[in-house]
Design a protein around this ligand. Structure first.
Ligand SMILES: [Zn+2]
Length: 163
């Protein structure tokens, strides 16, 4: 086990688990089909490079997905800086509208990257989940560091970023 492995993911991440997992962006990708209009969806916002639409199996009503329209990448690890910037700008615009439209009390912005992080569709996508006071949704359980462990973890990340 990786010594930096965190606590087990909570019920929200578990709800994304399915047996059918493809590790790479596939030709028959469901999100590409949505972009091409081959599968219907409830689109709420679109730019030249991005699309926002309802997740049809919502964690909460109004749960949206924001995706790049391009189909060259699979997740955060191979998306281009340009495409990612476009996705994040759409996330910003749509989050604001989502909270206002639903009278929500906040919005969670989440992204699952790779199978063991709960990624099911290997087309990059960011989840926007409206939150309401007292909605009972639980995200990750919080852990803690042992003596000296936080410094060790930070150092490992810092050194990797220098390379
Ligand atoms: Zn796709």
């Amino acid at each position: 086990m990786n010594k930096f492995a965190g606590p087990k993911v909570g019920p929200l991440a578990n709800s994304f688990q399915l047996s059918l997992c493809y590790p790479f962006h596939m030709n028959d990708c469901i999100f590409c089909k949505i972009v091409r209009g081959e599968i219907s969806s409830y689109k709420v916002y679109e730019t030249d490079e991005t699309l926002a639409f309802l997740d049809i199996n919502p964690v909460a009503k109004g749960h949206l997905l924001v995706i790049p329209k391009g189909s060259d990448s699979s997740n955060i690890f191979d998306i281009s800086a340009h495409e990612w910037s476009a996705v994040m700008e759409t996330v910003r615009v749509v989050s604001t509208a989502l909270e206002k439209a639903l009278g929500a009390d906040g919005v969670n912005i989440m992204m699952n990257n790779r199978e063991h992080a709960g990624q099911i569709i290997f087309h990059p996508h960011v989840h926007l989940i409206p939150r309401f006071k007292g909605d009972g949704l639980k995200l990750w359980p919080h852990g803690s560091y042992k003596e000296g462990e936080a410094a060790e973890v930070a150092e490992a990340i810092l050194e990797t970023l220098k390379k």
